[in-house]
Design a binder for this molecule. Structure first.
Ligand SMILES: C[S@@+](CC[C@H](N)C(=O)[O-])C[C@H]1O[C@@H](n2cnc3c(N)ncnc32)[C@H](O)[C@@H]1O
Length: 242
């Protein structure tokens, strides 16, 4: 996938696809390269970029609130997820986390209980260029745990749902030896339930982190952390299967 940029307007297309806007029509050549300039039939120029992870926040259709880059970074850093991994994820939502994991080369199975959201997520996976290795399944992950234990083991289990504790209870059966669990929870009450479930499931190395991130501001008056913005996103609980 490539991003076509003209000023503050951006469009994602695959090679061979057409762009039709009020700025004119163009067909993206099959041999398009980042840095190329393409012109519409009205003479408007678009520069070409390769799509990268942060572009997903602007170009995927949003359903559930997506995980933010700082939390995705922690998930990747603390689980060491890699291209040979099988990942089980829920809920898909917009699919930002599963797209990032898919773009790392992991084979991802992600569950979304809302059928319309799942359909949107499948199109989002196409835009993210990961439809080959990310499978979006419609359904409630809790109701599918027994089948998933048979289908497993998975190397990494990522959860972003209110009922995550019900899945964490089975984490040791779902995960490979040494595999990692990562649970994102916006509220501390739910986080506590996740930690309790992880302990009861016999997982090790259980830790919960909150990422505090401050933007720096540099202007004529001086340099300091930005005084604007909300600090909290959520809590991330990590644990490991023995
Ligand atoms: C906050 S969103 C997930 C966002 C996602 N992590 C991302 O980065 O885009 C939560 C999603 O989980 C789905 N969900 C909640 N409980 C679920 C369950 N038990 N099984 C499958 N999906 C579930 C909701 O419908 C919602 O779309």
């Amino acid at each position: 996938m490539i991003v076509l940029v003209h000023g503050d307007r951006e469009y994602v297309r695959a090679p061979g696809e057409e762009l039709q806007t009020d700025l004119g029509v163009l067909t993206v050549p099959e041999n398009v390269e980042p840095g190329d300039t393409l012109e519409t039939h009205l003479g408007t120029e678009f520069t070409v970029r390769r799509l990268r992870g942060p572009d997903l926040f602007n170009h995927l259709e949003r359903t559930g609130a997506p995980m933010m880059p700082r939390d995705i970074g922690l998930v990747i850093g603390h689980t060491g997820v890699e291209s040979t991994d099988r990942v089980l994820d829920a809920g898909t939502g917009t699919g930002i986390l599963s797209s990032y994991l898919g773009r790392l080369g992991a084979t991802v199975t992600t569950y979304e209980q809302n059928a319309e959201f799942a359909e949107t997520a499948r199109e989002n996976m196409r835009i993210a260029g990961v439809e080959e290795n990310v499978t979006v399944r419609s359904g409630n992950i809790v109701e599918n745990v027994d089948a998933l234990i048979t289908e497993g083991p998975f190397d990494v289990l990522t959860l972003d749902t209110g009922d995550a504790p019900d899945v964490v209870a089975h984490a040791s059966e779902l995960l490979s030896a040494g595999g990692y669990l990562a649970v994102y929870s916006p509220f501390v009450e739910n986080t506590r339930e996740v930690v309790t479930a992880a302990r009861d499931a016999g997982l090790s190395d259980i830790q919960t982190l909150e990422t505090l991130q401050r933007k720096m501001q540099f202007d004529d008056r001086g340099s300091r952390p930005s005084t604007r913005g909300v600090g909290h996103t959520g809590y991330l609980t990590f644990a490991r299967n023995e």
